[in-house]
Design a protein around this ligand. Structure first.
Ligand SMILES: NC(=O)c1ccc[n+]([C@@H]2O[C@H](COP(=O)([O-])OP(=O)(O)OC[C@H]3O[C@@H](n4cnc5c(N)ncnc54)[C@H](O)[C@@H]3O)[C@@H](O)[C@H]2O)c1
Ligand SMILES: O=C(O)C(=O)C[C@@H](O)[C@H](O)[C@H](O)COP(=O)(O)O
Ligand SMILES: [Zn+2]
Length: 400
């Protein structure tokens, strides 16, 4: 893994998509994973590749109940995909407007999010309007939040365009923006009407962003799906080569895992917090290094190794499991430690982690691995010395 530069050029990548789903005569083969929620809020996640225009149009319009739509995307994605989706949703009395936001985690702010609200008001959008998030996790989180608070809530649809968004952020209704004092600190739970995943858009996704998404794929294996982790150990190289069948399987299995967790604990009373494995460390690294320096999945990757090391220190997992975790993340070409020029200090970790959303009554709670592969705990009952020793070890490594 090569540490990032602040402005990286986007390479153009090409791949051949081969669909391996059972063939159907009437529609492009696709999977549907359902998120079953109470009060009629359940929704489908459509997963396919190269959907025809007619199918795309029909599937999206099925979930739009009014006559006004606002597609929100960013400066990088707009030239590639905005017109296509605008054209496919428009027509039959439907008016589609758009907002184009600046690109990057550093723009995941209240100020930028509120420009969506400004535009919606200027356009006179009413409560039957639907917002569409066309982009990665940054766009999805901000549009979801804007739709949660616009006129006290309007419908929204997720069209994820990164691996990160396809395997994680578009599903489950966590929406929000960052604050200088902490990541995703301002937000709301607000579920989409549907998630429309057409993996063919990944053809333009740079490798670095692809790998970042794989970090959350590894997470599902570690917290609850050992067979999926073992599958990843066998197939990581295929995911890196963008093999269509492997990619599609990883997205589907990730969505199934996420849907099961969200269904069981939509608002994070307990179990949902396990989706935060590595995130308390990772969010501190993202914020402490300056939003936008690390991609989310990169911070989570280092954070996952820190959580594993802390678990190992407490005797909760065998060292062999920690080594396996480091191996798979390295195989995914993700960072497993802080780079030499990292500004992170013990104090920065402690300060930022003390503001984590899982802190309750002043007590930090963490997701730690315990027992065999696929098992974890969400707990405040851990050895504080093991936490401090872990932070010191990772910080010392960059100063060595
Ligand atoms: N709500 C949740 O449950 C949840 C889960 C995971 C992550 N997140 C959030 O998601 C964000 C990270 O998401 P991300 O990794 O998708 O980052 P991102 O949205 O910044 O996208 C990464 C980069 O890829 C570009 N891009 C997107 N799609 C593209 C495409 N098809 N072709 C070419 N370029 C494309 C984007 O413009 C951006 O430059 C973080 O803010 C994180 O906190 C939220
Ligand atoms: O959906 C969830 O729940 C998650 O925790 C998924 C995480 O991958 C994601 O990064 C999430 O945004 C982090 O949530 P937060 O509550 O720690 O901000
Ligand atoms: Zn995450």
């Amino acid at each position: 893994f090569t540490p990032p530069r602040r402005h990286h050029a986007l390479p153009h990548t090409h791949l051949t998509m081969v669909s391996t789903s059972p063939s159907q005569t009437t529609s492009t083969p696709h999977d549907i994973v359902r998120v079953d929620l109470a009060d009629g809020r359940d929704y489908p996640i459509y997963i396919g590749s190269n959907f025809s225009d007619d199918e795309t149009s029909e599937m999206l319009r099925r979930h739009i109940h009014g006559k006004r739509v606002l597609i929100v995307t960013n400066e990088r994605i707009a030239p590639m995909y905005l017109k296509k989706y605008q054209d496919l949703i428009e027509g039959e009395g439907m008016r589609v407007d758009s907002v184009i936001l600046p690109d990057g985690e550093e723009y995941k702010t209240w100020e930028v999010m509120s420009t969506i609200l400004d535009k919606a008001l200027e356009l006179g959008l009413d409560r039957k309007s639907t917002f569409v998030a066309l982009g990665g996790g940054v766009i999805g989180d901000m549009v979801g939040f804007a739709s949660a608070i616009y006129q006290r809530g309007v419908n929204f649809i997720q069209i994820p365009t990164t691996v990160m968004a396809m395997v994680d952020s578009s599903v489950g209704g966590k929406t929000g923006v960052n604050h200088p004092l902490g990541k995703n600190m301002i937000g709301a739970f607000h579920q989409p009407q549907c998630v429309f995943i057409d993996t063919s858009v990944l053809v333009t996704l740079p490798d670095r962003e692809l790998k970042s998404g794989l970090s959350e794929v590894v997470k599902y294996g570690l917290i609850r799906d050992a067979p999926f982790f073992e599958w990843q150990e066998e197939n990581m190289d295929k995911l890196l080569r963008r093999d269509a069948e492997a990619t599609r399987y990883a997205i589907k299995r990730s969505c199934e895992n996420k849907a099961e967790v969200v269904q069981a604990d939509e608002k994070e009373a307990g179990m949902r917090a396990t989706l935060n494995l590595g995130h308390t460390f990772g969010h501190a690294i993202e914020n402490g290094s300056g939003y936008g320096y690390w991609l989310h999945g990169e911070g989570v990757s280092i954070g996952t190794v820190m959580a594993a090391r802390m678990s190992e220190r407490m005797g909760w997992i065998e060292s062999g499991l920690r080594e396996r975790i480091v191996r798979i993340l390295e195989k995914a070409d993700l960072p497993v430690k802080l780079p030499k020029d990292s500004p992170m200090t013990v104090e920065t970790f402690n300060k930022l982690m003390s503001l984590d959303k899982k802190v309750a009554d002043g007590q930090l709670r963490l997701i730690l691995l315990k027992g065999e592969l696929g098992s974890c705990v969400f707990t405040g009952d851990f050895d504080v010395d093991a936490l401090q020793a872990t932070i010191e070890e990772f910080v010392k490594d960059i100063r060595a």
